[in-house]
Write a protein that binds this ligand. Structure first.
Ligand code: C5P
Length: 262
């Protein structure tokens, strides 16, 4: 089943840059924070076993700041995301709050679940009316702002589910349980998928209501509904920090960025 791209009737134009929006008055309660139109959900409740840093991956430092801080900072710097909901382990609320203290009221902390999709679902519950929801792994904390902006704009323009992708440069073999090659996949038809993945909020909520097996991304749930997922160009800097090697690469990328080289 394909669904027709939906127009967002009452508020369909892209958000103006934050710098052009009216400032809050003295008693102003910002309704973009209370009931955001564009929200980002950050599953950060994993243990980070493969990184083996002795702490959950979200709190591992990168140039003196946690991966979580870098992730949230990037989302808010896009000037498209109004609220970020971070899902962490129940025992890590205070640590998460401290990690993002300076970005303040626009970040909510919730308790994640046993699996990534449980964490996303828990966060999604707190933004029940958001028209656009991004799901962004804390581990992809160096994703360029331009990619975040492109994903939001694509959903605001009517695409219901959008994922950033890269082409595959390696040859990919399919193997059996004993490691014997059973086939060579056509890499021209394959893509590496990154985050943030962007969705019409109602679609993502519907996808998360259905029972599912283990999925590694949210687009997989949407695909199971028969809804078309579209792609746009990702970026090498949106790689997932998983291993100590990845963290070393991230230090170089972040260092180059701080020096104005990337
Ligand atoms: O394990 P993996 O690297 O695929 O996890 C992707 C993201 O999902 C990470 O940011 C991790 O913190 C998050 N996650 C979560 N809740 C879980 C497991 C993973 O929020 N139960």
């Amino acid at each position: 089943m394909r669904t027709t791209p939906r127009c967002y009737s009452t508020r369909s134009s892209p958000l103006p840059p934050e710098s052009q929006r009216p400032g809050p008055g003295p008693d102003h309660v910002d309704d973009r924070v209370l009931a955001p139109r564009v929200a980002a959900v950050v599953p950060a409740a994993g243990q980070g076993m493969r990184l083996a840093a002795g702490m959950p991956k979200a709190f591992v430092p990168l140039r003196g700041r946690s991966l979580l801080w870098h992730c949230v900072q990037g989302l808010l710097a896009s000037e498209r995301v109004e609220v970020v909901v971070v899902a962490v382990g129940a025992q890590h609320h205070d640590r998460a709050r401290a990690a993002v203290a300076e970005v303040g009221a626009r970040v909510r902390i919730v308790t994640g679940g046993a699996h990534r999709c449980d964490s996303v679902r828990a966060a999604l519950h707190t933004v029940p009316d958001a028209e656009v929801v991004l799901v962004h792994d804390a581990a992809r904390c160096l994703t360029p702002v331009s990619v975040i902006q492109a994903v939001v704009e694509a959903v605001l323009a009517g695409q219901r589910a959008v994922v950033p992708v890269l082409t595959v440069v390696d040859t990919i073999k399919q193997v059996d349980p004993d490691g014997r090659v059973v086939g060579t996949l056509d890499r021209a038809a394959l893509r590496v998928v990154q985050t943030p993945q962007g969705f019409a909020g109602d679609l993502l909520r519907r996808a998360h209501r259905l029972p599912s097996g283990p999925v590694t991304d949210d687009a997989g749930l949407v695909e199971a509904l028969g809804v078309t997922v579209t792609t746009l160009p990702g970026h090498p800097h949106a790689f997932k920090i998983t291993t100590p090697f990845d963290l070393a690469v991230a230090e170089m990328v972040a260092g180059g960025r701080a020096a104005g080289q990337a």
